[in-house]
Design a protein around this ligand. Structure first.
Ligand code: B12
Ligand code: SF4
Length: 476
């Protein structure tokens, strides 16, 4: 069999803007490829890499003539996935079509369509291997764990609840030989950035664990993994990192250090194996404050940067969001990380109901912080959660999944939408000036400077024009 694994090209300018800073490996497809037996051929088609996604897709379909086409997709990519699946049905009617990924997990019924043969929820390796085996034997795809079959057999009951995650020790090492690692990069800002350091080095993505033990009310992760944090075996992660073709590693974990014992063991394992790489990881302020030694250890072995969810500039809002942290804790964590030489990427959220006064307060708060990279999202409940069901009646667009990038407000904004977008874009632009690269003198490669300025301009424009993604009657 010939198996084609496809990562769609996003449509939203906001996501395309983000991709100018981070275009990370299609790791999910590397995992799936790893369970395809060697007797079959497998190919990864990453449509983010091409200018004309449709043309590239149709060309690949005609040349590679796959027997099975499998798509991954976030919610904002779901319409694109459906259209590509319909093209497969039209041009290669005999090929089987499988969808998986985040949208399939949270909203499987949205993929209950005649152009799709199987919808996989949750971790895909086991179900995908089972699907391949069934197709090879010419059998039906019904009755496989975590797999829903569209059409008359679609089981709405099975689409409820959250799929169980397998033992992380059973997962394969992703196949990175199916893409060119030089196509993937991330903006790499460090404290005391060395002169002429590469700003956009090639980056690999590695998952060391699933889930998070915390239960922030706005976050889908506690739903996805049942409130558990499940690490992979340390030896397997060390071997994977040691074999990476890149020096820079972006961890795709939800919280890398929440299990202190595991994180320490991993740091020691990497050090013992003589692995010298640079790392970027996601964490929370309470973890940083609880485990200062752990972060010192990680700094020693190469931790350059950490993503820290500040979320809101007031304790009241943090309490309401169930974040379990305070403004003071966030600031202390920032100081502590900077103090040991770890650059912080502080993430903030705004809410659709925010007024000019909220934006002004957020602005003033960020102005008062020491040099720090900042990013912003709009707090939007995740499809598939009870919070989402609650807001569903007030969703202000008829295509909420297409706009679910955590940057487009889904419910009516208190400010006129165009004004909301203007203030949001201004906040993004102004916060750019807090970036350590801008605040402290560094010699940056000229081409990297041009690239960063261009990326920032496009990103900011995407936010300013975000209102155009809604019907005109909502703009004012
Ligand atoms: C790391 C990460 C990122 C990274 C890298 C993403 C990338 N690959 O380019 C960065 C920071 C760049 C990023 C960006 C964004 N992200 Co993000 N990200 C994550 C995070 C934390 C982990 C995703 C990951 O890569 N996991 C590792 C891989 C191996 O696991 P996986 O993707 O789950 O894949 C497994 C299964 O899903 C399944 N599977 C996947 N595809 C398929 C396909 C088939 C056929 C089958 C059978 C199975 C299958 O098997 C896979 C193998 O194990 C998740 C949260 C989470 N825990 O899921 C959010 C998350 C996926 N991101 C999200 C969003 C919204 C975004 C952004 C739009 C912007 C934003 N505001 O954060 C952008 C969009 C990027 C894009 N290109 O579209 C949302 C998606 C919500 C939704 N309903 O779609 C999530 C869930 C977080 C959230 N806020 O709710 N993200
Ligand atoms: S700490 Fe982060 S990953 Fe964990 S529940 Fe809160 S927001 Fe989600």
């Amino acid at each position: 069999m010939r198996v084609l694994l496809v990562k769609p090209r996003p449509r939203l300018a906001t996501v395309k803007g983000l991709q100018r800073f981070y275009r990370l490996e299609p790791l999910e497809l590397g995992y799936l490829a790893a369970v395809v037996p060697p007797r079959h051929e497998v190919r990864v088609l990453d449509l983010r890499l091409v200018r004309s996604a449709r043309r590239a897709f149709l060309t690949d379909l005609a040349r590679y003539t796959p027997d099975l086409v499998a798509f991954t997709g976030y919610s904002h990519e779901s319409s694109e996935v459906k259209e590509l699946a319909a093209l497969v049905r039209l041009h290669r009617p005999a090929a089987r079509i499988v969808v998986g990924g985040h949208h399939a997990t949270v909203m499987p019924d949205d993929y209950d369509l005649p152009c799709i043969d199987a919808i996989v929820r949750g971790e895909g390796c086991g179900p995908f291997a089972a699907i391949l085996a069934r197709i090879e034997r010419g059998e039906e795809l019904t009755g496989i764990d975590q797999v829903l079959v569209p059409g008359a057999g679609f089981d709405p009951e099975a689409a409820q609840g959250w799929p169980a995650f397998p033992d992380p020790a059973t997962l394969p090492i992703p196949r990175r030989d199916l893409w060119d690692h030089r196509d993937y990069f991330g903006v790499w800002v460090t404290e005391q950035m060395p002169d002429w350091a590469r700003l956009f080095p090639p980056v690999s993505m590695v998952r060391t664990s699933f889930g998070c033990k915390m239960k922030c009310s706005f976050c889908v992760v506690p739903h996805l993994y049942g409130g558990h944090h499940r690490p992979r075996p340390v030896e397997s992660v060390v071997a994977e990192i040691a074999a990476l073709p890149t020096q820079h590693v972006y961890f795709s974990d939800d919280e890398n250090f929440i299990d202190e014992a595991f994180a320490l063991e991993l740091a020691d394992g990497l050090a013992r194996a003589g692995v010298h790489k640079r790392y970027f990881a996601w964490t929370r302020s309470t973890t940083v404050l609880r485990s200062p030694e752990l972060f010192r250890r990680w700094r020693e072995i190469g931790l350059d940067g950490a993503f820290l969810g500040f979320e809101f500039p007031s304790d009241e809002e943090l309490r309401e969001a169930g974040k379990g942290a305070t403004v003071a804790a966030n600031e202390q964590a920032l100081d502590r990380l900077r103090g040991i030489g770890v650059a912080v990427h502080a993430a903030f959220m705004v809410r659709p109901e925010h007024t000019e006064a909220h934006f002004a307060r957020l602005h003033a708060y960020i102005e008062g912080l020491p040099p720090v990279q900042c990013s912003f999202t709009v707090c939007t409940p995740s499809p598939g959660t009870a919070d989402y069901v609650q807001i569903r009646a007030s969703i202000c667009t008829d295509r909420p999944f297409d706009l679910h990038d955590c940057m487009h407000p889904l419910t009516p904004t208190a400010l006129p939408l165009r004004e909301f977008c203007r203030l949001f874009a201004r906040q993004v632009g102004d916060a750019g000036r807090k970036n350590p690269l801008r605040c402290e003198p560094h010699r940056v490669r000229p081409w990297d400077t041009v690239r960063a300025i261009g990326a920032e301009a496009l990103y900011s424009r995407a936010f300013r024009r975000m209102y155009r993604d809604y019907p005109p009657e909502l703009w004012r």
